[in-house]
Every structure is written in structure tokens, then in C-alpha cells.
Design a protein around this ligand. Sequence first.
Ligand code: HEM
Length: 397
Amino acid sequence: MPLEEIEVGDPFIFRNDTLWPYFERLRKEDPVHYSVHPEFGPYWSVTKYNDIMAVDTNHQVFSSEPSITIADPKDDFTLPMFIAMDQPKHDVQRKTISPIVSGPNLAALEPIIRERAGKILDELPVGETFDWVDKVSIELTTMTLATLFDFPWEDRRKLTRWSDVATANPNSGIVESEEQRRAELYECVDYFMRLWNERVNAEPRGDLISMLAHGESTRNMDRMEYLGNLILLIVGGNDTTRNTITGSVLALNQNPDQYDKLRANHDLIPSMVSETIRWQTPLAHMRRNAKADIELGGKQIKKGDKVVMWYVSGNRDEEVIDNPNAFIIDRPNVRRHLSFGFGIHRCVGNRLAELQLKIIWEEIFRRFPKIEVMGEPRRVLSAFVKGYESLPVRLVA
Ligand code: HEM
């Protein structure tokens, strides 16, 4: 295939898991690669670890506005959210919600998450094949998210639905049309508006909605900005961790020697979690917009160009990570990966994600010696959310 025909923004290579040779070739032959996406137009693909770092840590030149995915926002449906904002507004909004993931708050959340993880696992059928994504990954992360929002418990699966709808590809079958997608997102903001109204008139509390309703930089947001930030928190807190939980089961099954090593030494769980986050790379890319002409990897980027950082490729860069395609749960420098990004937008929830993964595996080992993968996973149709729709498994008692 001629280099200029390589188009890594194609969601089907993610669904079919055929992305790897394309990225390997780009890293070797054209690390900063120009291509034209059939729908979203021209953009640069940055595929090597150090070039990605150079972009991610240079927010003066590489702006997060107007969008952090290859797709441009639709003119008649823009959702402002702080991940897609530059300084100074980004910083103050981020600061408003960051106490939710502070050390003391995580310490308070730990026993709650552990109790729920235990309940979820205790209700699973032993010896039968079932879908791990639905019964465990979604369940645990949705419960955590409902807690962060102090969201009505019985309605919590609405959060899962809104998370899927927000990132749905038009061909994914999740929604029938763009109209349906918007209608469901409006339902989301109407629902959350009721919660806002209750909390804005009450004393400030420790949940995300109360934080937004009382925060100086967020209390005057209009409806679309409220929706945008909600989507950020719902997708950020849900899809990514969900797909890592599923990824950990898959990776350990594909690498039985690593599963044995973990079974023999549970102290390796935190390290396995980090290795899975690298190996999975739950968000395949983040995009920036060049605010000035700049050279990158020998290529001349022009002001206004779209630049896509492929974390999924940087995490397999053989010049920075030894044997990067292997899943090695006790590799040295295991937290050295790009999955949480770098710079001013680095994932605010990274410790919470790791905590949920650690707890679920500790609780799994208290109950089951082995989770067996029984068939192929179904992967999400997206070049952004890199994850699973389903994974058939069976528990060994
Ligand atoms: C394994 C799980 C997760 C992964 C891989 C992940 C990945 C990311 C990435 C790549 C970014 C952008 C980084 C950049 O542009 O440099 C980000 C930002 C963000 N994440 Fe996560 N995330 C995860 C879990 C979570 C959780 C549990 C939350 C919930 C609190 C969360 C909330 C956010 C928010 C609010 C931002 C925006 C930060 C900003 O713009 O300043 N994430 N995440």
C-alpha cells in the first residue's frame, strides 16, 4: 500500500483489530503523517511517543479548541466542555471538579466501590457463559459514576446509555440517526437540570453536580455547556474504565503465563493495571489544532492544521518501550505510557480509574481462580473510544 493511502482514522480497522501494521509502518516510515479523512478532511497523524509528548505538553501552540477528536463539532450542535477549552477557562473549570478525585475522597470511595464490586461478583453465574462487559465492567463503572454525581440509583443505567450515545458512530447501530442522538442528549440535560435545580438551592456538597452548580466558573453555564461538561464526565468516568476492566480479562487470557504470575502474586495487581491501561489505550487519540506554524518530526505544520496524537501508537513505540506489543504485568516503568495524556489536560480521573481496577481484581481473586474467555470480543466501531461491546466468559469456581 502506498504510504499516502494509509488512513488510520478509519473506525473499521479498530473494530476488526487490524490497526497495528498501519501504525507500525507509520512509526517507521512516516511518523508525522498527512492524510485526508473522507469525512473530516485533512489532518496530521502523530504516531511516535516523543512527538506525541511534544504536542501534548505544548498547549501554547497546540490548542484543544474546538474539538479533541478528529471530527469537528457540528455548527448547530456545539457542546463546550473543559477538555476542549484552552487556558484560562479550562484551568478554572478543571479546578472546580478536581476535589472529587482528591486523595481523601478516593479513600472514602474505596470501601464503597469494594462492597459493590463484591456484590456484582457474588451474583455472577458460575460455570455458564455470560457477557463480562454487561454484567461486570458496565455495572461497576456505572455505579461509581452514579456515586460521583449522586445520581438517582434506580436510573443509573441511563448514564451508560448517554455515554454510549454521546460517542456513537453513525454506523454503530447505537442510534438510528443524528436526530435521535441529539434528542437523547437533550433528555440527558433535562434530567440533569432537575438535579441541578435541587442542588443549587441547597448547601454545597461533595458530588459533581453540586460542585458545578456552586462553582464560580461553572454556575453560570448555559444548557449546552452544562451538557458538554456532563458528557465529558460521563464518558471520561465510564467508557474508559469499563474498557480497561474488560481489556484486563482479555489480556490475561491471551497471556496465560502472565495470568499465572498474577495468581501467584497478588501484589502485582497495581502493576498489571497500569500495563493493561497501556496495552488497551482506552482512548486511541486526542486531537489538537495548531495555533502557529511549527516543525514536528521533520514536517512543517501550518497554523490552523489539525494534529491527531495517536496514543494507541505511541504506547507501542519500540524506541521508548521495550517489546511493546507484549503484555508484561511486571515490566519496569510500567506507568510510563501515554494513555492518560500529558500536560494541562492529563486525565484528572487517572487514580480513580486505577483504584476501580485494583479493587475489582482483588475481589475477583477472593472468589474465582480463573475467568475464562469463551469467544471473540466484539470491538467498538470507533477510532476514538477503543473498547469492547461484549466479551463472552465463564467463571471457574
Ligand atoms: C483508564 C481510564 C481512563 C483513561 C485511559 C482516560 C484517558 C484520558 C485522556 C487521554 C484524557 C486527555 C488527556 C490529554 O489530552 O492530555 C483524559 C482527560 C480527562 N479524563 Fe480521563 N481517562 C480515564 C478515566 C477517567 C475517569 C475515571 C474520570 C472521572 C473522573 C476521567 C475524567 C477525565 C476528565 C474530566 C478529563 C479532562 C481533563 C482536562 O481537560 O483537564 N477519566 N482522560
